[in-house]
Design a protein around this ligand. Structure first.
Ligand SMILES: [Zn+2]
Length: 167
């Protein structure tokens, strides 16, 4: 994902480094069950949450994470790992339905050396991609999508997840 140019992330990276180890926004999101809008949680499963990235690389950038504060993919329980992959599939269907991306980057950065912004809490990134978006702002056709606010995206994705899991 390095090819995506997103200069506003530099402030995020700096603030992440300053945070103490016991603060974790994914745990905060997992624990806040009454106000998912404040934490941008768009779907909740028995051991997995889906959160909109507050500092997206692209419109619709989601994080799929275990509810438990687990750093490693290999150390995640088999059940939680399987659910995480099931949820990733659902999230991909939601992206396809709502945003019609031309492609999606799906991946996890395990450990700070690999680029993890929150190395203590495993999360899989789903970054929808459109042809020509390597400088972040798609020039043709997608201006409406990238200009949507996070709250609009949250409402849209929350509804889409409810629909996806009810069928
Ligand atoms: Zn955590």
């Amino acid at each position: 994902m390095e090819q995506l140019w997103s200069p506003w992330r530099s402030s995020y990276i700096a603030s992440t480094a300053e945070r103490s180890a016991d603060e974790c926004f994914l745990c905060a999101a997992a624990l806040e069950v009454d106000d998912p809008q404040s934490t941008l949680v768009v779907a909740r499963f028995p051991s997995t949450i889906v959160v909109l990235n507050r500092y997206p690389y692209n419109a619709g950038h989601m994080l799929v994470a275990p509810i438990d504060h687990v750093a490693g993919l290999a150390s995640l329980s088999t059940g939680a790992a399987h659910e995480m992959m099931d949820v990733t599939q659902i999230a991909l269907r939601v992206l396809e339905k709502e945003l019609h991306p031309h492609g999606v980057n799906v991946g996890a950065n395990l450990g700070a050396a690999a680029g993890a912004g929150v190395p203590g809490h495993l999360h899989v990134h789903l970054v929808p991609r459109w042809n020509g978006d390597t400088n972040f702002m798609p020039v043709v056709g997608e201006v409406k999508v990238v200009s949507e606010s996070l709250m609009d995206m949250w409402a849209k994705f929350s509804a889409a997840f409810r629909e996806a899991v009810s069928v």
